[in-house]
Design a protein around this ligand. Structure first.
Ligand SMILES: *[C@@H]1O[C@H](CO)[C@@H](O)[C@H](O)[C@H]1NC(C)=O
Ligand SMILES: *[C@@H]1O[C@H](CO)[C@@H](O)[C@H](O)[C@H]1NC(C)=O
Length: 304
């Protein structure tokens, strides 16, 4: 009985080495081409081009807000399901009234039938903590707000914010920690955005009528312009093609639509439990004054 497999024939070794070198090189080339994809290849400015700028090498993008206007960009393409992540650094100092949003939406505007998934960063007075507000819309109906504190200062450095979206669940991720899990129970009338492909957006605007302490804290315009910055956009999702949509099947070979993306892993469950215990400021599923009868998805368990 042989305990080891025989050594490969000698001619195989150089071939294997060559393959290894080639695959490393190709992986590297791919990573390079991804990170070098210019803003213009993937995004359009939605409004006020003159409030947008990039670093000299094009790798960092800045959106600014002044008394006149904010600014926003969106992907050229729509996607149905996938992984979408961005590194963002938010307006520092006194940012009360200023909201930076990172979101997905099936339309360019706030149409009455849109599906939408939001991450909104609500600015604050200097040294007062930012809040992160998330929300989900289906067919124009929202009201699924949650608010969380963060465990770091989002204005001091770049952090990764991401959506992991498939037909089983939508996970809002912050630096790979699942901040929020929104479940689909698979029933046809469930409240889960899964039919419409969505664009990805980001924008900065003045929301001092509601954002900070419910609108009590007003934007201090003498500090304008307010600036949020972005880098390392990355995504892996299904690009929608009209008129023959490519993303109609719900079973795919993609990692973002496999078992590990349909459920939290054990490590993620520990992180998520920690988030639930320490960071939740508001949860619509606990707001009985607002919803005497809670929306049905509130009974779905994020632990499943
Ligand atoms: C801003 O800071 C105040 C005081 O710490 C806090 O009550 C509030 O929740 C913070 N965030 C927002 C968005 O109001
Ligand atoms: C607005 O910012 C300016 C410049 O820092 C400061 O002097 C002023 O007191 C601030 N106003 C308010 C209402 O906080």
């Amino acid at each position: 009985m042989r305990l080891r497999s025989p050594p490969p024939p000698p001619f195989l070794l150089p071939v294997l080495l060559l393959l290894l070198v080639l695959s490393i090189f190709m992986g590297f080339a791919r990573a390079m081409s991804q990170s070098k994809a210019s803003f213009k290849d993937q995004f359009d400015i939605m409004w006020s081009e003159d409030h947008f700028k990039t670093s000299e090498d094009g790798q960092i993008w800045y959106l600014s807000l002044d008394k006149e206007t904010g600014c926003g960009f969106q992907t050229k393409q729509r996607y149905r399901f996938g992984w979408f992540s961005m590194k963002m650094k938010l307006v520092g100092g006194d940012s009360a009234g200023v909201v930076t949003a990172f979101y997905m939406c099936s339309e360019n505007g706030a149409g009455p039938h849109r599906d939408e998934v939001d991450i909104e960063f609500l600015g604050n007075r200097t040294w007062q903590p930012y809040l992160i507000q998330t929300n989900v819309y289906k067919n124009g109906v929202g009201g699924r707000e949650m608010r969380h504190a963060l465990w770091f200062d989002p204005t001091a450095d770049y952090h990764t914010y991401a959506f992991l979206w498939n037909n089983q669940q939508l996970t809002f991720m912050v630096d790979r920690v699942p901040l929020r899990v929104f479940k689909n129970n698979g029933k046809p009338n469930n409240f889960f955005p899964n039919e419409k492909p969505m664009y990805l957006f980001s924008s900065i605007w003045n929301a001092d009528d509601w954002a900070t302490r419910g609108g009590l804290e007003k934007t201090n315009w003498t500090l304008a312009p307010f600036e949020s910055s972005y880098k390392d956009f990355s995504f892996d999702g299904c690009q929608w093609e009209d008129p023959y949509p490519a993303c109609v099947s719900t079973t795919t070979q993609n990692w973002w639509d496999q078992y590990p993306a349909w459920h939290l892993s054990d490590t993620q469950k520990m992180d998520y439990a920690w988030v639930q215990r320490n960071l939740v400021i508001y949860d619509y599923c606990k707001d009985y004054a607002r919803y005497p009868k809670l929306p049905p998805e509130c009974s779905l368990s994020p632990w499943d």
